[in-house]
Design a protein around this ligand. Structure first.
Ligand code: NAP
Length: 188
């Protein structure tokens, strides 16, 4: 599909669960089992208007571990500079975030896309934080150090502010002995 670079009309959110050290994964999987966080993720990524799909953007590794989640509500964009062919679990293979956003903003795709979310990992979140098209960064703060080997960037509080969200509240949850809370940030 042709790319219309420079289309700045597409806004997106990012969603992550991170520990005290901004750790997000270990040995290519999540370090915790938190059903309420899982439900929050699925609500954000799967809830969609009846005739539309959500666009999920992720790096090659996150794409390979979440491939079982392929579902009809989602268009999956994988970012990679080494893959030569689109993996079977992906709908689009892109060289960078701008290319993915340009495809999403193109006339053919724009009309079928509802929400656009970056779902990881590190370099994709980093590119997202640098983009003026970022609307909201959802971070589930998981208390503790889970000795992760994959991380996400934290927000720069000189550039982003915590925002209140009726879906989120300030409740601290505890599941499987792990405490966590939901936060949402927007650019100042
Ligand atoms: N806790 C959470 O919310 C959460 C969310 C997502 C993932 N995870 C965990 O995080 C880990 C995977 O994340 P990760 O950071 O290691 O890897 P990743 O971002 O999923 O994949 C890294 C690869 O993606 C490609 N890539 C990333 N950013 C790109 C960009 N801006 N432009 C072009 N290509 C880009 C590159 O592929 P090439 O090398 O092919 O160029 C890069 O080597 C797993 O453990 C997973 O379980 C956790």
């Amino acid at each position: 599909m042709a790319c219309n670079h420079g289309d700045h009309s597409v806004q997106f959110d990012m969603i992550v669960a991170a520990d005290d050290k901004m750790g997000i994964g270990i040995a290519m999987s999540l370090p915790w089992k938190l059903p309420t966080d899982r439900k929050f993720y699925l609500d954000k990524t799967n809830k969609v208007s009846p005739t539309k799909k959500n666009a999920l953007i992720c790096g090659r590794l996150t794409g390979s571990v979440s491939q079982g989640e392929k579902n009809p509500n989602v268009l999956r964009f994988i970012l990679s500079n080494t893959l030569e062919q689109k993996p079977p679990h992906a709908d689009y293979l892109c060289k960078n975030l701008d290319e993915a956003l340009a495809i999403i903003g193109s006339p053919e795709v724009r009309n079928v896309v509802d929400n656009v979310l970056i779902i990881g990992g590190y370099a994709v979140y980093k590119a997202g934080l640098e983009s003026p098209q970022l609307r909201r960064y959802y971070i589930t703060r998981v208390y503790g150090d889970f000795k992760c080997d994959a991380f996400c960037p934290d927000v720069d509080l000189t550039k982003f502010k915590l925002v209140s969200d009726p879906d989120i509240g300030s409740h601290v949850y505890e599941e499987n002995g792990i405490r966590f809370k939901f936060e949402a940030y927007e650019r100042i």
